[in-house]
Ligand binder design. Structure first.
Ligand code: SF4
Length: 367
């Protein structure tokens, strides 16, 4: 019964006639060129998958944002993960996407092929369970993600503390959306005039952080979901504000997102994590754009537990992922796109990840 209800609900947000009506409204409302950025790679993939970009007026350019945590995890952090995974008696756990992301000298797959214990898990809590059943091993979870994954990471740390596990730690790589928006909008290269904010991030964090950003940069922001109807509604509301010269933050995803967000989750995040400056791959360091464990929980910090490493990082010389992630270049403007770099042989993270812009362009044959 629940499955049927969910299927019917999803179908209503994918109904072609409803999507078409909103597309027509967008055509009627658009009088000049506008550049909008969808923050999240999941939104980029949905836009490509349903061909929404091809239905919009030619004046509207969708620029793909840095909302792919796999893509923006810094090379130094990936190299550190590879190094930790190769230490004796370590079981290194990670979401599957990370296994093929190239570091300076290989990826987690190649490290596993070399004999290291690298396991794919579906949540940080799976890693806690592995730690509980393998007391003679050090179990490390690669904690990548945006604010959406922060509560599960925090819960894993609290659970490990409750179970008095001495052999569990996380390598925190969580990144935060609002500081990235600041970085994009304050860049001298910025050409973004309106934002589609990521609905799942706002489901956790609310959207109370966004009005000051909209105000400071005079840029409308619309909280947007992931189904075709959600996406075209978000685009319509952004265009409507731009055309009428209005700047505000609107919520086009009210069935999931509230202004305050999930305050229980925010409290748990705040208990375990604190904001820190973080290096974004291809973009650089953005102030207060990541979460690290608070000093109280430093015992569970893998970087602290395994010590610092002295690894020479070396980015691919052809990959222009940084420019793609900032919306300055499209994936097909990369000379390696579809030739030297494909999902089977990725040179950069945006071609690996299920949320990467290069993978979306390749999969849905854009450019
Ligand atoms: S196509 Fe490949 S090499 Fe080019 S920017 Fe994308 S990931 Fe990097």
């Amino acid at each position: 019964m629940v499955k049927q209800d969910t299927t019917a609900l999803l179908a209503s947000y994918r109904a072609a006639d409803r999507v078409k009506q909103v597309i027509e409204k967008i055509h009627q409302r658009t009088s000049r060129p506008w550049s909008l950025m969808e923050i999240c790679g999941g939104q980029t993939h949905a836009i490509m998958q349903y061909g929404l970009d091809q239905l919009l007026p030619g004046e509207i350019e969708l620029v793909h944002g840095p909302g792919c945590p796999v893509c923006v995890t810094s090379l130094a952090l990936i190299d550190q993960a590879l190094w930790i995974a190769q230490q004796p008696d370590v079981i290194f756990t990670s979401f599957g996407d990370m296994l093929r992301v190239p570091g300076s000298h290989g990826d987690l797959f190649s490290v596993r092929a070399g004999g290291a214990q690298v396991r794919v898990v579906y949540s940080p809590m799976d890693a806690v369970k592995i730690a509980a059943t393998n007391p003679d091993k050090q179990v490390v979870f690669f904690g990548i993600g945006f604010e959406t994954t922060a509560p599960a990471n925090a819960m894993a740390v609290l659970q490990a503390e409750k179970m008095v596990l001495q052999n569990f730690s996380i390598l925190p790589a969580i990144v935060l959306v609002p500081p990235a928006m600041h970085a994009i909008l304050s860049s001298p290269n910025n050409r973004i005039q309106g934002f589609l904010a990521a609905g799942h991030v706002c489901a956790v964090m609310g959207y109370w952080q966004y009005p000051p950003i909209a105000e400071q940069y005079q840029t409308p922001i619309v909280v947007t979901g992931f189904e075709p109807l959600d996406l075209v509604n978000g685009i319509y509301r952004t265009i409507d504000m731009l055309e009428s010269g209005r700047v505000a933050v609107e919520n086009a995803y009210p069935r999931v997102v509230t202004y305050e967000g999930n305050q229980v989750a925010q409290k748990i995040i705040d208990q375990v994590f604190e904001p820190v400056d973080r290096n974004w791959r291809g973009i650089g360091t953005i102030p207060e754009s990541g979460f690290d464990l608070r000093e109280t929980y430093q015992f569970y910090d893998a970087a602290h537990r395994f010590g610092s490493t002295d690894i020479d990082t070396a980015e691919s010389e052809v990959c222009i992922a940084g420019l793609v992630l900032q919306g300055i270049k499209k994936p097909f403007e990369c000379p390696a796109f579809g030739t030297a770099c494909t999902p089977l042989n990725p040179l950069g993270a945006p071609m690996v990840s299920s949320e990467g812009a290069c993978a979306a362009y390749y999969t849905y044959k854009r450019g």
